[in-house]
Ligand binder design. Structure first.
Ligand code: FMN
Length: 163
């Protein structure tokens, strides 16, 4: 049995729905166990124990959301050189952009010497006003489908020993 760790942070529900869809996708592969953890709860030992990763985060203020960054800050040096070469995918929930969070995520993953197995998946909610940005999000079915498929692809690659 191989383990896919999905670490996520979400304030208004968008990134959480994306993470859940990815976990459902990974669930199609019986030989892979998908474990979802909030960034605040994820520990270095969880990262070291897993065989592959999906990191799901909002973009806030043109950067990784603070809680996600705190997870990386807290675990980075414990984990360094202990997970080299393992596969990962990044998913960003954004209002209208998401590119800077994706870039930051890629730099951190490069530092950990992880292997990106897909381009960053960015979902834009198109919330523009403060009210819309602070409101609960409902991610569209086609975007959840992309997250589902990315989770399934990573899980299948893990099970098949491709990654
Ligand atoms: C303080 C704050 C800053 C934000 N900054 C950005 C930003 O720089 N770029 C962007 O595309 N969206 C930005 N957003 C929008 C969020 O990414 C969007 O609302 C997303 O749905 C948040 O994910 P969540 O629903 O999982 O909390 C910001 C939201 C907040 C609350």
């Amino acid at each position: 049995m191989r383990t896919l760790l999905i670490v996520f942070h979400s304030r208004t529900g968008g990134a959480r729905q994306m993470a859940e869809a990815a976990a459902r996708g990974a669930g199609v592969e019986p030989d892979v166990q998908a474990q979802m953890l909030r960034a605040a709860d994820a520990q270095s030992a969880d990262v070291i124990a897993a065989d592959g990763y999906i990191f799901v985060t909002p973009e806030n203020l043109a950067a990784l959301a603070g809680a996600m960054k705190e997870f990386f800050d807290r675990t980075y040096y414990d984990v360094l050189d202990r997970i080299n070469g393992r596969p990962y995918a990044a998913m960003i929930c954004a209002g209208s952009d998401g590119e800077n969070a994706a870039r930051q995520m890629a730099r951190i993953a490069t530092g950990w010497r992880l292997r990106a197995v897909a381009d960053p998946l960015i979902v834009c909610t198109h919330a523009q006003t403060p009210e819309a940005i602070l409101a609960p999000k409902v991610i569209a079915a086609d975007d959840l489908g992309r997250c589902h498929d990315a989770g399934a692809a990573l899980a299948m690659g893990l099970a098949a020993g491709i990654f």
